[in-house]
Design a protein around this ligand. Structure first.
Ligand code: SAM
Length: 209
């Protein structure tokens, strides 16, 4: 938190009223299981967080296991193309969605704000920022854009900040997201590393240095 922001961004936070945390595959057991396996002190990077389901799953796993870890949550908080017309899911002030406020409120109400650092940026800018503060992650979950070019770019860029023995998990390795399937397969092949699938998550483990 200090290296990224220089202060605690939760100070003075005013949450929205509590509502259900909705999302996609954010409660998949692989997220909590791999978070619990991290050896502290450690950073988890969650790329594409929407209203916080995946971040909260991993943050709760850290908290409940008493581990010394934190989740850095990267999102534009503007939504993807498939979210643009979901008008009942968030409010817009002028043209700007309130997804960041919803995300932070959900994290706050779930009792894990001490374990979560929001990073409201594009995935590419965020990884650049994280490299500038020498951040290395033990676990990275990639679930931002789902088009081929963007997915393979995110996988390649975030692999650079995954520490040796770290684990990369991607979402939506499934029918309906051909760009994700193509990118995951090509990325695994270019690394010459096996990819495990715990449907619909794909998992690639970085070898020791
Ligand atoms: C499928 S949702 C994430 C779901 C979430 N992991 C969960 O547990 O429910 C994808 C998210 O990625 C974000 N996103 C899309 N493209 C992005 C990009 N280039 N950089 C950062 N965030 C992006 C969207 O704003 C959206 O919130």
């Amino acid at each position: 938190m200090d290296r990224i922001y220089g202060h605690n961004i939760w100070d003075g936070f005013e949450p929205l009223p509590r509502t259900a945390v909705t999302g996609w595959n954010g409660d998949h057991p692989a997220l909590a299981a791999h978070a619990r396996n991290c050896v502290g002190p450690f950073v988890i990077i969650d790329v594409g967080v929407w209203k916080g389901m995946s971040t909260i799953s991993m943050a709760k796993a850290i908290k409940e296991a008493g581990l010394d870890g934190v989740v850095i949550s990267v999102d534009t908080f503007l939504g993807s193309p498939e979210h643009f017309f979901m008008r009942d899911d968030f409010q817009r002030k002028n043209s700007i969605p309130n997804l960041s406020h919803i995300f932070m409120s959900n994290v706050y109400h779930e009792g894990v704000s001490d374990y979560v650092i929001p990073l409201p940026q594009t995935s590419v800018t965020a990884v650049n920022v994280l490299q500038r503060v020498n951040c290395e992650a033990a676990l990275i979950h990639v679930d931002a854009a789902h088009e081929y070019e963007e997915v393979i770019r995110d996988l390649r860029e975030y692999w650079k900040v995954l520490r040796p023995t770290g684990v990369m998990i991607g979402d939506d390795y499934m029918y309906g997201w051909p760009g994700v399937i193509k990118a995951a397969g090509e990325f695994s092949a270019e690394l010459c590393l096996p990819m495990e699938v715990e449907f619909p998550k794909f998992i690639i483990k970085k070898p020791p240095a």
